[in-house]
Design a binder for this molecule. Structure first.
Ligand code: B12
Ligand code: SF4
Length: 464
């Protein structure tokens, strides 16, 4: 069969990679979802892999089967593609997080749905498709013992920061209520044999790679043996990690020696109330400064994941957060709006407060529910404001000088510098403006007291 696997994109993401400047290459670092599906495909089939952020869907080609990977934010575009392909009598299969949690909805658009991982399900589905007997639903399983032999030649490599991404573990044992991982992996965590990971890393031609693991460091015994095994490869890499590891100097030293240049840490908020409301109290915010210092001491930059829109977040949360970020020395941020993704505990808790069910808005940049202490516009405006302020050229320069003052700062300087410029470019390219809702409130108060010139003029006219 001739099979086309598609990673869809819509709105400003579609074709973003074709732009000359700030084309989002930095953020397009993994296609493991589709590459993993491709790797499970017997060689007798012909495969094409399309990433809509970099290339167009080849409408003039004939395919026997189309497979689409779907996140909630890309669901509307995926359904559009389903309709267009099915008009041409080409059967379409949907897989990934969104169809897994929305079987009925996805089933209205596609011929088949793969729930969970592709392993086993995809091979069975292909046999059924060849026999013209596609079933509506397939359930997959994780196979952590299978070596990853990913057909990376299918990628348009120039469109990615690095085609060298991999994982050592899948899933996470924590239960943060806004996160889809716990439900997707049934609260379990899977670990690949260390020797498989090392063999795969050894095959990477480039020095730099990325672990996409959600919580790489959760099992100490495993991570220690993995780090010791990858140390001789002399690679440079980044990953997501939990802040609690900053209590473990031996582990931090091993991370540094094995080439870890930086970590993405989900700090989420500096409010303890907010973290408690989401089952996320791994470390209290008062320890964040000390933790960041520890990462820096071991030569790792810190990208903080931040979420806004918790019920305890008032209008001043953006300026307060910016102030703390400057003070504690965070190098990079990824700021998001609290988003109740289907399949999460948060979604069930918030169902009645959601006012926007357009899935395309579930990309962490829109307020899809009514926040408790501000308006939806304030939440969106505040998020854009903090992004713009944090990535202002003045702050970037300051951060880079601070970074250079660290003992071996110049060695890994490339990473925070590159990320800061990339994020600045994104705000610039998407014409992000935003506003500080707290400042607007202050201004309103001030205006009420003294009255604006227009108010005075109007009053004057009224009273003659
Ligand atoms: C790397 C990554 C990205 C990369 C690349 C994504 C990619 N397609 O390769 C980038 C940076 C682009 C990205 C962007 C976003 N991401 Co992201 N991302 C991830 C991450 C960390 C790893 C994905 C991965 O490679 N996993 C490893 C592979 C092997 O597993 P997999 O993707 O689940 O694929 C398996 C199955 O799902 C299934 N499958 C998947 N697709 C298909 C298709 C077919 C046809 C079949 C048969 C099977 C199948 O088979 C695969 C093999 O077993 C995940 C977290 C995670 N652990 O999955 C979040 C995650 C997928 N991202 C998420 C989100 C929300 C986003 C964003 C919307 C927001 C953001 N800021 O992160 C944007 C989307 C922007 C847009 N509009 O397009 C959420 C999705 C939740 C949801 N319900 O949609 C996740 C789960 C993170 C989380 N903790 O909640 N992401
Ligand atoms: S947010 Fe991070 S720590 Fe929490 S469940 Fe998801 S992956 Fe685990």
């Amino acid at each position: 069969m001739k099979i086309c696997l598609i990673s869809p994109a819509s709105g400003r993401w579609k074709g973003l990679g074709k732009k000359k400047f700030f084309n989002g290459k930095t953020f397009r670092f993994s296609q493991l979802s589709l590459l993993s599906v491709a790797a499970l495909t017997p060689e007798k089939h012909e495969l094409k892999l399309i990433d809509e952020q970099i290339e167009d869907v080849p409408w003039d080609e004939d395919f026997d089967l189309v497979g689409i990977t779907v996140m909630t934010a890309t669901a509307p575009r995926s359904y559009e593609l389903c309709t267009m392909f099915r008009k041409r009598n080409i059967p379409v299969v949907l897989g990934g997080f969104h169809p897994t949690f929305n079987i009925e909805e996805a089933g209205r658009y596609a011929d088949s749905i793969v729930v969970g991982p592709a392993n086993r399900a995809w091979q069975e589905l292909l046999t059924d498709a060849e026999n013209g007997q596609l079933k509506k639903l397939y359930h997959g399983v994780v196979d952590e013992k299978a070596p990853l032999k990913l057909p990376k030649h299918l990628l348009k490599k120039s469109g990615y920061l690095s085609p060298h991404t991999t994982y050592a573990t899948l899933g996470c044992l924590n239960k943060c209520s806004f996160c889809s991982i716990t439900s997707f992996y049934g609260g379990k965590r899977y670990q690949r044999p260390v020797e498989h990971v090392v063999a795969e890393l050894g095959s990477f031609k480039a020095k730099f790679f990325m672990f996409i693991d959600d919580n790489l460091t959760q099992d100490r015994e495993y991570i220690v043996s993995l780090l010791k095994a990858i140390r001789p490869l002399k690679k440079k890499w980044v990953t997501q990690a939990s802040i609690e590891i900053t209590d473990d100097d031996e582990l931090l030293a091993l991370l540094q020696q094995s080439g870890c240049a930086g970590v993405f840490v989900g700090l989420e908020s500096f409010s303890e109330d907010a973290l408690c409301s989401q089952n996320k109290t791994i470390k209290q915010p008062k320890y964040y400064e000390q933790a960041v210092r520890k990462f820096h001491q071991y030569g790792m930059f810190v990208e903080a994941g931040l979420i806004f829109g918790f019920d305890s977040d008032a209008k001043d949360v953006f300026e307060t957060t910016l102030h703390i970020l400057d003070r504690i020395g965070i190098d990079v941020i990824q700021a998001s709006i609290l988003t109740p993704l289907p399949g999460t505990t948060l979604f069930n808790e918030m169902k009645d407060r959601i006012v926007d069910f357009n899935w395309a808005h579930y990309d962490y940049k829109f307020a899809v529910f009514n926040p408790a202490l501000m308006s939806r516009d304030d939440l969106k405006g505040g998020l854009e404001w903090i992004n713009k302020r944090f990535y202002s050229p003045r702050r970037i320069v300051k951060r880079i000088f601070r970074w250079l003052s660290f003992p071996s700062g110049y060695k890994n300087m490339y990473f925070p510098l590159f990320l800061n410029i990339a994020y600045w470019g994104r705000q610039f390219q998407f014409r992000v403006k935003g506003y500080n809702p707290a400042a607007v409130k202050r201004k309103e108060k001030h205006n009420k007291k003294s009255g604006t010139m227009w108010d005075q003029f109007r009053d004057y006219r009224k009273t003659g």
